[in-house]
Design a protein. Structure first.
Length: 181
């Protein structure tokens, strides 16, 4: 992604140096366009600073890509929410904090799972190595896991008592894994 930065300084060189300091790049990594030359004026009267535009290639980090995607998605959903993103061991964990967590969780976590899936698709597009993305809000995942463990114990007891198979509602792979374990 190409980004621009406009900076002013007493001279063109000072403006360029200030811009490079702001973005943390070297002179040979950017393209500089002088918009206005510095004017010294007469005895300081009518002096004008130099103005330059610095063009540089900006590579978004994975966490920034997730944050940008989720902010856009939340805007389109009409939900006010913030994200807390951590990166560890080839995975990105996102905790969503907002006023209406129910709108983000949905029925049995279906909306949260869909948002997680879309975020994962967005982050992993064009990548060779897969990056796991995990979303949670209001500690929903831990609560759901505990509820599923209790359900598994209860259904196992019922199956053992009756000697018959017990059918459960359809579940996503993550929830089936919890039940089977």
């Amino acid at each position: 992604m190409i980004k621009y930065l406009e900076v002013t300084g007493k001279t063109e060189d000072e403006a360029i140096a200030a811009g490079l300091l702001q973005i943390g790049l070297e002179r040979d990594e950017v393209s500089v366009e002088i918009l206005e030359r510095a004017k010294s004026g007469f005895l300081g009267i009518g002096a004008a600073p130099a103005k330059v535009r610095i063009e540089y290639e900006y590579v978004e980090t994975k966490a920034e890509k997730v944050e940008t995607f989720l902010k856009g998605l939340f805007e389109r959903m009409g939900v006010s929410a913030d994200t807390e993103i951590t990166e560890a061991d080839g995975a990105i964990n996102v905790v969503i904090v907002g006023e209406t967590p129910g709108a983000l969780i949905g029925r049995r976590g279906e909306t949260l799972d869909a948002i997680q899936y879309l975020t994962s698709l967005n982050v992993n597009r064009g990548r060779e190595d897969y990056l796991r993305v995990s979303l949670d809000t209001e500690n929903y995942r831990a609560k759901r896991e505990e509820a599923l463990r209790k359900l598994a114990v209860r259904m196992a007891g019922r199956a053992k008592k009756s000697g018959k198979r017990v059918a459960l509602e359809p579940m996503n792979p993550y929830e089936r894994r919890i039940i089977h374990s």
